[in-house]
Design a protein. Sequence first.
Length: 278
Amino acid sequence: MIEVLKNTKLFEDIKHYNEFDMEFWYARELQEVLEYTDWRNFNKVINKAKESCKNSKNNVLDHFVEADKMVVIGSGAEREIKDIILSRYACYLIVQNGDPKKEAVALGQTYFAIQTRKQELAEQFTELTEDKKRLAIRNELREHNKNLAEAAKDAGVETHQEYAVFQNYGYMGLYGGMKANDIHKVKGLKPNDKILDHMGSTELAANLFRATQTEEKLRREKIQGKENANKTHFEVGKKVRQTIEELGGTMPENLPNPEKSIKQIEKEQNKLNLENKN
């Protein structure tokens, strides 16, 4: 049985590139990393992932490509086995349909969610300015925070005070133990300023991943009890932080403060829209 590594670097280690410099993964290698000892069982997870891909109106063949692979067996001989070439999105769907009790699967869910989302943002935001990126991510985060609040409530986080504690656990995981008030002080904000309105696009994206993955985990695992919900939020935040570190990124608390707040940008944008109408 493969020893589970305590970070997401193992998913980077099994990544390959084709002649067009496009990244891909082999299903057999992913199977080992995710600690599935039997190919038939892992293939069931792959089939669920294919179904999810189809339901999302994506072409399955664009993300799951059948392939033959030579492997070394006893005495140095080789034999051909069936394998599948996977896109990043295919890997994301596989870990989402995998056994969440497996630590490697949980790590994979965080890793591929971040990588998939980064690619989506990169494709959408290539032509956007930093201010527009911030606005787009902040608006998306507003919507996902509503969904997160609903998922937390379903788990047993009922009062406003309990939700504030729940949010603090997420921040503590992502910011290395810092609570909302600590982040507020580090950023040098005024009492009524909102933390999320004073984050750059990179920091906002990290918090978006934290929110979306926590919501999914709460719902997927049907977590009950505010203590368990708090623990889940902390663990997801911590894994997002761990992934950022493994990828060589800057820790969120060390990212620079933008000069303008989201409110300032929105005010400027609204003024510009009015001028364009006139």
